[in-house]
Write a protein that binds this ligand. Structure first.
Ligand code: OSB
Ligand code: MG
Length: 365
């Protein structure tokens, strides 16, 4: 497949409400899309990180530079999606930037074959149960009211963001008020092993899992914590490859894995993590990064693989945005439908994209 043009489009889309985590508060989805034009089809992707390196070390400006100067030159003019990781291997790190590049090329390639990404990855479901990630709130009543709204909409699972000072009490309040719902928490690395006894108090609430309690590079810490709490540990930030997943599983550092395609360099590596996890009997679920429809479409396809046995952070467009860049993804009886069209199965609405685009840059022509 011959690449003729690569464009980077900065977009800024307001969130319906601020999203607060242990690492910061987001009010706008401020990122970029990649558009790859080839001799046979056009492909789209979305960069998953933010303007500031708070969730991970990558950020928008750095990704733009590394794509322009180091990644795009290595894949042009002729490449297949399967070759992208290999060709860019010499460039250390920058997995989210690599994922954006590989995904746009994969989208173009699959569109040229008329094949959906779900079919390509091995999806076995046509719809997937949707969870929702609920940010840190100013008060427990505010949290209860938000969770009540999401449950009324039909979400199949609630994830509460936690941090020191906002953990046991909000979890207790939600459990007491809503009873036997699927409930889990995400700390985004906010604790240390010294907090083990405190975190053990969460064992009383029968959570599905606690996501990434400790630092990203602390696999051993997670293994030690796992011996001291009953709540299953799920890793997010720590897992950046199938190799990491195999290591974490072998060291008993996690009993569940959050698979985010962007964090691991793309959908091909995400599928390998799924395969490693399935081989070890480790359940996985599809994480999210508050993506627009461009990121959500392919995430839904991944979430339809058979090892994705827990509801993912794949919520409806309206949970994030009053207006999405694509036709909105909607919740139906607690499920989200997997796109079936060629490639990622969704594209930006031109007029909407134009309104939300703040700058365009040609990376290759
Ligand atoms: O840790 O899973 C996370 C959003 C941005 C960055 C990191 C995370 C999240 C979420 C939201 O939890 C998931 C979503 O609904 O997209
Ligand atoms: Mg997380």
């Amino acid at each position: 497949m011959k690449i003729e043009r690569v464009e980077l489009l900065h977009v800024a889309i307001p969130l319906v409400s601020p999203f607060r985590t242990s690492f910061g508060t987001m009010t706008t989805k401020d990122t970029f899309l990649l558009r790859v034009v080839t001799d046979s089809a056009e492909g789209w992707s979305e960069f998953a990180a933010d303007p500031e390196p708070l969730y991970c070390s990558e950020f928008v400006a750095a990704a733009e530079l590394v794509l322009h100067q180091h990644l795009v030159p290595r894949v042009t003019p002729e490449v297949t999606a399967a070759e992208v990781a290999h060709r860019t291997e010499a460039i250390k790190g920058h997995k989210l930037a690599k994922a954006a590049l590989e995904t746009a090329i994969l989208d173009a390639e699959l569109r040229s074959y008329g094949m959906s990404i779900g079919t390509f990855l091995g999806a076995t479901a046509t719809k997937v149960p949707a969870g929702v990630s609920v940010g840190i709130k100013n008060s427990i009543p505010e949290l209860i009211s938000d969770v009540e709204g999401y449950l009324a909409e039909g979400y199949a699972r609630i994830k509460l963001k936690i941090e020191p000072g906002w953990d046991v009490e909000p979890v207790r309040a939600v459990r007491e008020r809503f009873g036997d719902i699927l409930l889990q928490v995400d700390a985004n690395t906010a604790y240390t092993l010294a907090d083990a006894e405190h975190l053990r108090r969460l064992d009383a609430f029968d959570l599905l899992l606690i996501e990434q309690p400790l630092e990203e590079d602390d696999i051993r810490g997670h293994a030690l914590l796992a011996q001291r709490i009953r709540t299953p540990i799920c890793l997010d930030e720590s897992i950046t490859s199938a190799k990491d997943a195999a290591t974490a599983i072998a060291l008993d550092a996690c009993r569940v894995i959050n698979v985010k395609p962007a964090r691991v360099g793309g959908y091909l590596e995400a599928r390998r993590i799924h395969d490693v996890a399935v081989a070890h009997g480790i359940p996985v679920w599809c994480g999210g990064m508050l993506e627009t429809g461009i990121g959500r479409g392919p995430n839904l396809a991944l979430a339809a693989l058979p090892g994705f046995v827990l509801p993912g952070d794949v919520s409806a467009s309206r949970r994030y945005f009053a207006e999405d860049l694509t036709e909105p993804f909607e919740l139906e009886d607690g499920f989200m439908h997997v796109p079936t069209g060629p490639g990622i199965g969704i594209e930006p609405i031109p007029e909407t994209l134009r309104r939300f685009t703040t700058a365009t840059k040609v990376l290759y022509a």
